[in-house]
Design a protein around this ligand. Structure first.
Ligand code: CLF
Ligand code: SF4
Length: 295
């Protein structure tokens, strides 16, 4: 399938999709999406979505207009920002504010790469909206291919006003995630799969997830270690050796991301740099006030 944009130039300048780019280009995360439509066993909902963020960190929610204002300031002061992402603190597709923000960004900054991370439940339903908003790179967290692990991982799913549990919830989420991945590839998006490695729950299935995702056309895979918390607080965190081995095995089927820093849903700067967006905005305002006073 032809890409709807120059995939090579996106990859060369996206800090998450390219290891080479991550020391040169930065991303901004806009925390405009508080609501979530599923419950993962490793998530405590008072913090950011663990599927794409550092556990135990809570971001302050911004309205779409506040988010846009921050982007204007950050882009003016930092010419190495190439990507604007929405990664929570809940699931971006479960929040209309996500689409409002993306639309406004796409209108005002048509050349910047818009990125989004999702649990995939609403992906088939919102694909056209994402394309209209100009999203180019997408992350889908997929933790299972079969029903048994999914039933252990997800305690409920809320889909089309129905509260689903057990087998029905697992089947609904798995179907939508894989169908969403297929549709996103068909639409020409550049896609990363995030998979949380949970020993004894889904670790044996991860190579199958990699095979299937690679066959469908995902560009890269990010295998992340479980941080034991919530319902999964007693499950052992996978060792570095386990992760390295899994990445080697899965790398045969789909390229592996190894430089993820599990950033916050309001992260800004180079990966791992952790600059404070609010401080940057404040500095900009102080600068303006200072100039207004001395001129
Ligand atoms: Fe953000 Fe995610 Fe886009 Fe990157 S993060 S929405 S793909 S712009 Fe990057 Fe952060 Fe790891 Fe995510 S280091 S948690 S992989
Ligand atoms: Fe938490 Fe993210 Fe899972 Fe929602 S999708 S329950 S925010 S980890």
């Amino acid at each position: 399938m032809d890409k709807i944009f120059d995939e090579r130039s996106i990859l060369a300048s996206h800090p998450c999709f390219s290891k080479e780019a991550h020391g040169k280009f930065a991303r901004v995360h806009l925390p405009v999406a508080p609501a979530c439509n599923i419950q993962c066993g490793y998530c405590i909902r008072k913090f950011d979505c663990v599927n794409e963020s550092r556990p135990g960190v809570a971001s302050r929610i911004l309205s779409p207009s506040d988010a846009l204002e921050r982007v204007r300031i950050l882009l003016e002061r930092n010419d190495y920002i190439n990507v604007i992402g929405i990664a929570g603190p809940g699931d971006p597709l479960a929040n209309e504010a996500t689409f409002e923000t993306l639309n406004a960004l796409h209108r005002e900054f048509p050349d910047i790469t818009l990125c989004l991370s999702t649990n995939g439940l609403l992906l088939p339903d919102r694909m056209d909206d994402l394309l209209r908003c100009g999203v180019k790179t997408l992350t889908i967290t997929i933790n299972s291919l079969s029903r048994a692990p999914a039933e252990k991982i997800y305690s409920h799913v809320v889909y089309k006003n129905q509260f689903l549990k057990g087998r029905t919830a697992a089947e609904c989420l798995i179907h939508n995630q894989w169908n969403g991945l297929f549709k996103a590839v068909q639409a020409g998006l550049v896609i990363k799969i995030n998979t949380i490695c949970m020993p004894g729950i889904n670790d044996e299935e991860i190579p199958l997830i990699a095979t299937h995702a690679g066959n469908i056309g995902a560009h890269t895979m990010n295998i992340m270690p479980l941080i034991p918390q919530g319902k999964f607080k007693d499950i052992e965190r996978p060792s570095c050796g386990t992760l390295t081995k899994l990445r080697e095995t899965c790398g045969v089927f789909v390229s592996q991301m190894t430089h993820c820093t599990q950033c916050r849903s309001d992260a800004f700067g180079l990966l791992g740099e952790d600059r404070d967006m609010e401080l940057e905005v404040l500095n900009s305002r102080i600068g303006e006030d200072y100039c207004d006073n001395v001129l």
